[in-house]
Design a protein around this ligand. Sequence first.
Ligand SMILES: NC(=O)c1ccc[n+]([C@@H]2O[C@H](COP(=O)([O-])OP(=O)(O)OC[C@H]3O[C@@H](n4cnc5c(N)ncnc54)[C@H](O)[C@@H]3O)[C@@H](O)[C@H]2O)c1
Length: 349
Amino acid sequence: MHTIGIIGFGGMGEWHGKQLLTIPDEFKLAAVHDINPARNEHARQLGLTAYETLEEIFADQSIESVILAVPNNFHKELSISALKAGKHVICEKPVMMNTADLEAVLAVSKETGKAFSVHQNRRWDRDYLIVKKLLDEGTIGQPFYIESRVQGSKGIPGDWRCEKIAGGGMLFDWGVHLIDQMLQLVDSPVVDVYAHLLSVKFPGVDDNFKLTLRFANNVSALVEVDTYTFINLPRWHVSGTSGTAQVDDFACHGKVAKANTLSVHWDEGIVYTEAGPTRTMAPRAKESIEELPLPLVTSDAKDYYRQFAAAVLRGTPLPVTDQQMLRVMKVIDAAFESEARHQSIAVNI
Ligand SMILES: NC(=O)c1ccc[n+]([C@@H]2O[C@H](COP(=O)([O-])OP(=O)(O)OC[C@H]3O[C@@H](n4cnc5c(N)ncnc54)[C@H](O)[C@@H]3O)[C@@H](O)[C@H]2O)c1
């Protein structure tokens, strides 16, 4: 049994609470604290203990670990004070707003001997796990392009996410998830980062962006987050040396298509546009393509909490390690630098 407190009981804090309450044999949710008294009252109405002050939740000796689910600009200060108060810390993403802040927090984690990790829950999303399985099993050969994107059309929810000072913008939002997933998929250092961040509807923060990563093994990755797109592209599109995989959406529709013969008959198919012929872009003959369904995968996102508790209790690896957190943060730093300088940034991450 691992005893948890939640600091910040807004949308995500409440989600964590609900998740933990479904596994009462493994976790005890001792108390929550929010700076907004109305949220503490809401927690009490749900039957939870809520403290009005940070001091009270830190003083509760039954609480071993705290989850920080507060706006991004409070992650650093609260992580440091929680670690110094003797609590292990699960910090919501983005783990910090830059690499230097993360290094400072990791130093405190080391000093205090208390565990620190970030909630990269999207590692348990099925769309990602399907792509991971396809690549691990070599179903489409060696990947050379990987595109990962999420797209909405409603803009950014009108709260602190629209404010630069609060850590708003999509690079810090979905961006950190998609970058983390990409770094898990490609086993090679990132050597080049190029980002184009746009403020289409929300001045001051990136509400749409495209980020390209070149890996040392020559895999090229595109990470894209849009909040103002009305016709969606696929969630994943992966090109490999023996085929292509596409996951259309979060519901995991999609397919794998592979060449079942290496030789093609060039003279069979010519496509004529208004302006001329093309053999290169003419479709293959149907019988030379094999289509497969996407593999089935199962997932339990509560394994994140289980892995964190095991790391604290038994010293097994944290669900997201220091190195993994640092790599994502360094890519984010390079992305902001790329946008500021309008050029790609050579890195070794
Ligand atoms: N991993 C995910 O899937 C996911 C999804 C959504 C949000 N998040 C992250 O969770 C965090 C919170 O986001 P949210 O959507 O819950 O925001 P939110 O605005 O719904 O909730 C934030 C809560 O924190 C409280 N708060 C603010 N400052 C505080 C402080 N100093 N001490 C205590 N409480 C404070 C606010 O009163 C509010 O209730 C962010 O870092 C966000 O990036 C992660």
